[in-house]
Ligand binder design. Structure first.
Ligand code: VG1
Ligand code: CO
Length: 544
């Protein structure tokens, strides 16, 4: 039996999980005992019973393989009875959530920095998910952070690496390691929710799709689902070979970073439908021919059309969206007579609502959509949902969206990101905004009048936990909004996000480009925040 070693260590004081786990540059994670400290802090916080089962996998980015081996040996030394690990150390975030739920594991560890770039100087990340399959709530992430600040030792087994490339059973010490197919359980779950025969018929009838995995984890998942199970032709896929550095790209499915796909969908002889997902497979971007669907609209459209999808035919318990996400879904919920919840940014806030059966669908403006089938957002799920709607309605993406706007009005929406600005400059913008709370209400700015402004805080309706400081909202009397928020996933300086939303019921304006329709609000946002003067930035880094 290999020896269980107890290794003395000293804390790092920066292991505070952000919006979605701990994210740092690879060289930071490679510091002596850095990963080990954090993993031991997880194990010390969660208090798993002896012999418990853990799920483990990651998005395949640089350092994934080494990290998996370390975590396996530490899990064995910490008394776990079994680890279910995806072959090759791979599990997309939604697949990990699926595995945790299907096999009722105690929890899971997911290795990913999601949409952040990878490679030797790129980002790495780690997060813990609980037995419901969802990201650990703040109570647990705070306790992990506390443990990481106190740590003095960690446990690891002195054993050789486990062969992870083929599906097999192994042992490390007394712990079983089951190397599982990372794709099959997830693909089966998708097949149980959607009308695969209708989608197969749609594709066989000449409806052309293009799915861009951005050289990230969803490649093999997309191949199994679109090619093997739905019969799509080979050229429906692009960038579907996962690479540890994502081919030097930025695996974030939006109009800036998924440029290659966008150019195809806006080009000549464009396919009928385009979609992309991110590093760990939980985000999605939906495109029609020469047409982009904002994630906020996508959530509203899925909600309005859910009855067309077998898995949701029985109706929705409710819908939830993160605060900066547009209120398009609220309008649908109102018409359907179901509740709509507004939560802080980050998927962890949806878990309680889904567990309590208060909501079925959830979404974020940041290209995240999902449902209670798992407890993470789910990129391919959203793509299949759209394809199922199109197969049922026999209309294009654009026609579905325009009809939606004609009926509900359009929540014109855009997000402007200012990435990697000095932290002090970003903080000064936020402070300046907060300082103007007293004088803003009632002020007329162009054609808008400020109604209320606040720093969003949320009381969880299930466990009554309170989360404060979740973003500054300036709400105008006609319901239009500007939201300012600092990112919790970046690894360099601060990223300031400006979210802009205006409601327009008039179909005569629905053809307008969002930047044009929002131009007045964009100017107001600049004036209110003094962003140019305080950050020196003339233009956003990314507009979505
Ligand atoms: C961003 C998004 C947020 C999302 C989070 C994790 O967080 O805004 O909506 O839940 O990323 O997504 P922030 O704090 O940078 O704004 V993923 O796909 O990166 O895990
Ligand atoms: Co992601």
């Amino acid at each position: 039996m290999p020896a269980v070693l107890t290794i003395a260590t000293t804390p790092y004081y920066d292991q505070k999980p952000g919006t979605s786990g701990l994210r740092k540059r690879v060289p930071v994670f490679r510091q002596h005992n850095y990963l080990e400290n954090f993993v031991q802090a997880i194990f010390d916080s969660i208090d798993a019973p002896a012999g418990a089962t853990l799920a483990l996998g990651g998005d395949g980015r640089y350092y994934n393989r080494e990290a998996i081996q370390i975590i396996l040996k530490m899990a064995a030394a910490n008394g776990f009875g079994r680890v279910l690990v995806g072959a090759g150390g791979i599990l997309s975030t939604p697949a990990a959530s699926c595995v945790i739920r299907k096999y009722a594991t105690f929890g899971g560890i997911i290795l990913s920095a999601s949409h952040n770039p990878g490679g030797p100087d790129g980002d790495f990340g780690i997060k813990y998910n609980t037995a419901n399959g969802g990201p650990a709530p703040e109570k647990i992430t705070e306790s992990i952070f506390e443990c990481s600040r106190q740590i003095s030792q960690y446990r690891i087994i002195d054993a050789p690496d486990v062969a992870l490339d083929s599906i097999a059973e192994h042992t490390i010490g007394k712990m079983a390691v089951s190397v599982i197919d990372p794709v099959a359980d997830y693909a089966d779950l998708m097949e149980s929710l959607f009308d695969f025969s209708a989608i197969r018929a749609l594709l066989a009838g000449g409806f052309r799709i293009k799915f861009d995995a951005m050289h990230a984890v969803n490649g093999p998942y997309a191949r199994e689902i679109f090619i093997n199970r739905l019969g799509a032709p080979e050229d429906s896929l692009m960038n579907c070979t996962p690479l540890p550095d994502f081919g030097n790209g930025h695996p974030d499915p939006n109009l800036t970073y998924a440029r290659e796909l966008v150019d195809i969908l806006y080009g000549e002889h464009a396919p009928d439908f385009g979609a992309a997902s991110d590093g760990d497979g939980d985000r999605n971007m939906i495109l029609g021919r020469h047409f982009f669907v904002t994630p906020s609209d996508s959530l509203a459209i899925l909600t309005a059309n859910a009855k067309l999808v077998p898995g949701y035919r029985a109706g929705l318990a409710g819908v939830a969206r993160s605060m900066p996400t547009s209120a398009a879904a609220d309008r649908v919920a109102k018409e359907l007579g179901i509740p709509c919840y507004e939560t802080p940014t980050g998927w962890k806030f949806f878990g309680n609502l889904m567990d309590a059966d208060k909501v079925t669908l959830c979404g974020e403006e940041s290209f995240g959509t999902g449902s209670s089938h798992i407890r993470e957002k789910d990129g391919l799920w959203a793509v299949l949902f759209w394809l199922n709607i199109i197969a049922a309605r026999k209309q294009s993406v654009e026609a579905v969206t325009r009809e939606h706007w004609a009926h509900f009005g359009r929540n014109v929406y855009s997000r402007h990101d200012y990435e990697a600005i000095p932290t002090e400059a970003a903080n000064s913008v936020m402070k300046h905004l907060k300082d103007s709370f007293g004088s803003l209400p009632g002020q007329k700015l162009g054609s808008y009048t400020v109604d209320v402004c606040d720093d969003f805080s949320y009381t969880d309706p299930v466990d009554n936990s309170v989360s404060t400081g979740q973003g500054i909202r300036v709400i105008f009397t006609d319901g239009s909004r500007i939201v300012f928020r600092l990112s919790g996933t970046g690894t360099e300086g601060a990223t300031l996000r400006v979210y802009l939303e205006a409601y327009d019921p008039d179909i005569a304006n629905h053809h307008l480009d969002a930047q044009v329709a929002l131009s007045e609000l964009i100017v107001i946002a600049g004036q209110l925040s003094e962003l140019k003067a305080r950050t020196g930035r003339e233009q956003p880094t990314v507009i979505t």
